[in-house]
Design a protein around this ligand. Sequence first.
Ligand code: NAD
Length: 425
Amino acid sequence: MVVESPARDSREPNIFDYAVEQFNIAADVIGLDEDMRRILSTCKRELTVNFPVEMDDGSVQVFTGHRVQHNVGAGPSKGGIRYHPDVTVEEVKALAMWMTWKCGVVGLPYGGGKGGVRVNPKMLSQNELQNLTRRYTSEISILIGPHSDIPAPDVNTNPQVMAWIMDTYGMHQGGIVEPAVVTGKPILLGGSAGRFEATGRGCVYAIAEAAKKYGMDFHNLRVAVQGFGNAGATAARIMHEEGCRVVAVSDSRGGTYNPNGLDIHAVDEHKRLSDTVASFSGGEPVSNADLLELDCDVLVPAALEGQIVRDNADRIKAKLVAEAANGPTTPEADRILHDNGVIILPDIYANAGGVTVSYFEWVQGLQSFIWTENEVNERLHKVMADSFEAVHTVAQQYQVHMRTAAMVRSIQRVAEFAKVRGIYP
Ligand code: NAD
């Protein structure tokens, strides 16, 4: 039996501390009282599960997973499930808290949750991945449900993984079909048109709103995208189709750079065939670190957290950073970027397109309705445009940057739910 080593929760920096620091900055701005601070800076439920999975060669591995609910004041907790070797409970807590603020920014009737399993899924066969997913789902089944906690895809999980979660949940309930227990599932099983592209598309809508507001010509933007997965590849493709010049993209194995603009469809095809964008012949190789510092108008971090830090923030040349990823900028780096006049579209707004269309999918599932892709995209566009205006108004009202403004808008809403509901018993 192989036992995975315990999660490295003591690693520096602690991403949950960053999330709380961002919260406190916004809480100070609105003078949030101490009792509400204590409630909102704490995760409501934190479940850790250690579970065995039988591998194809007959051996057994024990994996560690988490499901965390930060807050459920506004509705069931909502948030993705991540499979990654670096998953820790602190990371999942931070991601769950950001989900609460994200749902608040765009006004969804959800609280925030997140899940993760510490695993490198690229080392597993499809069969092993399915076994891991079904067992993890069983382990967290005390939390998830269509009216309590609704998972979705995140890093290294996809519609197939959501299908296994939905099926496992249904089997636990005696063989029912419950599409509303997960979002981001295959369209065949009740997934929503437009959900797969929603995070990247929503991020592009956010960039377009910012370009309008700050006098940039959207169709002529030069864009660098770190991370070529669901969020990053979709954002890159849509911006390429809109006429923007996507000068660089990358994945975990490195990046490709062409100052004249990359043919993103060709990059996509190359990635499909060779499993990386790094060796694309239409561009020069570029490291993930160097990509962040390229000369461009818009930088889209769309990989993992902690990419823009104190050490490299001063060298970011983009005028606009649109955070498709969760937590890509540390609070220290935030301050440096702001001092340098860089505008940040914060994660809790810029990548909220994913959870917004997840909400549309959940509503369709509960009511057995099917919306067209156009309907979904139009509604998404309205949510992103209205939310941009609302956050921008708060930024002006309190004279703060967009991240703090987005946090203020959300915290006020979430605190109001907590106040009106009161404390049980
Ligand atoms: P994904 O697994 O589809 O893609 C992740 C991409 O990042 C892959 O291309 C991977 O190779 C790359 N990557 C991994 N480590 C990297 C590194 N160190 N440097 C550069 N690239 C690296 O995941 P995703 O769903 O696109 O998620 C990406 C980010 O977007 C995450 O922060 C996630 O939390 C956030 N997000 C995703 C969604 C969604 O709907 N999928 C919604 C909101 C936010």
